[in-house]
Design a protein around this ligand. Structure first.
Ligand code: MF3
Ligand code: CO
Ligand code: CO
Length: 248
């Protein structure tokens, strides 16, 4: 479903709250912080702003935000883990405001990163930039995936296949799917009024994953580090507009 101007206005408001939430989280990240405290902060801040945390009870997810550390690719469940110096931590926030969904995430350093942590976070960040650079009417979904995969693999990293970007706005996950791998020209054409996420999950080692017994936490099979950045974007007449425009 394409979005009209009034829908974009609504989604933009939800997106503004999501980026404010992410920057609030960033401001408290430090060694010793317990991941459940990130959940409490996100939950309370969302409610205080008259919004709803979309992850809570989504398909049985037990918390209000995903917190994914080191070899966790995505869907980490906040709990009693205390962040330690050198960790990388991805925080993925999805909020519903006035019925509109906004979805974005960032990976943060805890304290001082080791070279491999710096490398995977830099490659994941640039992977999102490469994907964004392909977004304009007439290009296809496959162009986005191709650009990301081509870049990440040249850097010696790998792209997760099982989780993809997605249409968003009226619901948490809408068509179309936006794979972060693929071939130039494949898939549907991009059209003004589309709103979707690009959210490449990039691994330092192989692309294979495993899901823990909690049925949510996805980790790299080879225990290598994984990082991710996600933005919600709007396809415009001549390109795109990020609705969650944090600095990349
Ligand atoms: N925010 C994730 C995404 O980018 C989805 C999380 S589903 C949850 O699509 F249930 F784990 F929250
Ligand atoms: Co998403
Ligand atoms: Co997300």
């Amino acid at each position: 479903r394409l979005k009209k101007e009034s829908d974009i206005d609504g989604i933009r408001k939800a997106c503004k709250l999501v980026i404010e939430t992410l920057s609030l989280v960033e401001s408290i990240i430090k060694p010793g912080l317990v991941t459940d405290d990130i959940n409490t902060l996100v939950h309370d801040f969302t409610i205080k702003n008259h919004a709803t945390p979309a992850p809570l009870n989504y398909r049985g997810f037990p918390k209000s935000v995903c917190v994914s550390i080191n070899e966790v690719i995505c869907h980490g469940i906040p709990g009693d883990y205390a962040l330690k110096d050198g960790d990388i931590v991805n925080v993925d926030v999805t909020s519903i405001l006035d019925g509109y969904y906004a979805d974005a995430n960032q990976t943060f350093f805890v304290g001082t990163p080791a070279p491999d942590a710096k490398k995977i976070v830099d490659v994941a960040r640039e992977s999102l930039r490469q994907g964004l650079s392909m977004v304009k009417p007439g290009n296809t979904v496959g162009d986005i995936g191709w650009a990301i995969q081509n870049y990440a693999e040249k850097e010696g990293c790998s792209v997760v296949r099982e989780f993809v970007g997605h249409g968003v706005g009226f619901e948490f996950h809408e068509p179309p799917q936006i794979p972060h791998f693929g071939r130039k020209g494949d898939g549907i054409e991009l059209i003004p009024g589309m709103v979707f996420t690009i959210e490449p999950m990039i691994n330092l080692g192989g692309h294979m994953l495993r899901v823990l017994r909690d049925k949510w936490t996805a980790v790299t099979r080879d225990a290598s580090l994984s990082a991710q950045f996600e933005q919600t974007i709007h396809v415009t007449d001549d390109g795109y507009d990020s609705l969650t425009p944090y600095e990349l």
